[in-house]
Design a binder for this molecule. Structure first.
Ligand code: SAM
Length: 312
């Protein structure tokens, strides 16, 4: 169970429990994730630490080792957990999961399908967003990945009676009909568009995560050519950490410069043909009145750069 999860009972809110994952943070801000198990010693940099002593102590305690080193002990937040998540496939990182949840418009009470579970990083984010009233069905074609994701959900989320994993190739079709949202993280999402169109309700949001730009091109071309989808938009998020120490305040020297792109599309209502929509080009990313005004201004003053490329 991680920091954002509800406690088993109000009495032990904030207390570290057997089976919890904890972060041990040293003086130099190096972070180690370990699991608290009674009777077992964990080691950090080859040195044993009596983790059992932490069970029952408050989240946010400190631990002093036999060698006099002090660690801050914290349950990981979602964003802190994901880089440590046991994995054999690439997870979606928290900066992108945050965008998936809000731009993909996922919230309590919704029926959601996820395609491509991997280690379950996105699954953990989806389950939190859906709460107890929403339902999630995750398609994963590799049984061992499905099992690993189930173990990660058990450890880091807790019981999830509203979650079902289908070990199946999503290209063979989706069982659920009329779902509110679908999120895809597989290499060739364009092969799934007919299945998605059948399963997603009118107005439903499709979100796809893609690491490379050629995948984005193939997906956007396929969505634009498909009669069931419109309002296609593509975004990328850059996140930069800052070092703030005394008067030395600057961006961190290192950053994760690239994770992937997100492509969103909306399911059209039955009987509406995307071909009726003109011009058939990706939806503007303008999202506020100011954005819309400045977009119009740019177009008025400089023209649409896409026209120069002959795409209109
Ligand atoms: C990159 S991983 C997903 C990672 C996951 N989104 C996360 O955040 O942890 C992609 C997964 O998709 C699965 N996959 C690929 N094609 C699939 C398909 N057609 N149907 C179901 N699963 C598929 C792979 O086995 C792999 O586990």
């Amino acid at each position: 169970v991680i920091a954002g999860q509800p406690p088993a009972s109000p009495d032990d809110a904030g207390l570290l429990r057997e089976g919890d994952a904890v972060l041990l943070i040293d003086r130099k801000q190096r972070v180690y994730m370990r699991t608290l198990r009674p009777g077992s010693r964990v080691s950090v940099r080859g040195r044993p630490i009596l983790a059992e002593a932490l069970i029952g102590r408050p989240d946010g305690s400190t631990l002093r080792t036999e060698r006099g080193e002090t660690f801050l002990v914290l349950r990981p937040t979602y964003a802190e957990l994901i880089p440590h998540l046991p994995r054999r496939a690439q997870p979606i990182y928290p900066k992108d999961v945050g965008i998936v949840l809000l731009w993909g418009d996922i919230g309590p009470g919704m029926r959601v399908i996820e395609i491509g579970v991997g280690p379950g990083a996105l699954t953990l984010g989806l389950l939190r967003a859906l709460g107890t009233t929403g339902t999630l069905v995750s398609y994963e074609r590799r049984e061992e990945f499905a099992a690993a994701a189930q173990e990660n959900v058990r450890r880091f989320h807790g019981p999830a009676p509203n979650w079902m994993v289908r070990v199946a190739d999503a290209a063979l079709g989706l069982v659920e009909i009329g779902v509110d949202r679908i999120v895809i993280d597989v290499p060739e999402p364009w092969t799934l568009l007919d299945s998605v169109a059948t399963s997603l309700r009118a107005g439903g949001v499709l979100t796809c995560f893609l690491p490379t730009v050629l995948q984005v091109k193939q997906l956007v071309d396929s969505l634009t050519a498909h009669d069931g989808f419109a309002a296609v938009r593509t975004i990328e998020t850059l996140l930069r950490h800052w070092d703030v120490s005394g008067r030395s305040i600057r961006p961190a020297h290192r950053m994760v410069a690239h994770t992937g792109f997100l492509v969103f599309a909306r399911r059209l209502a039955p009987g509406v043909r995307a071909a009726e929509l003109t011009p058939r080009r990706p939806y503007s990313s303008a999202s506020t009145d100011d954005d819309i005004a400045s977009t119009e201004l740019e177009h008025d003053e400089g023209g649409d750069p896409r026209q120069d490329l002959g795409e209109d």
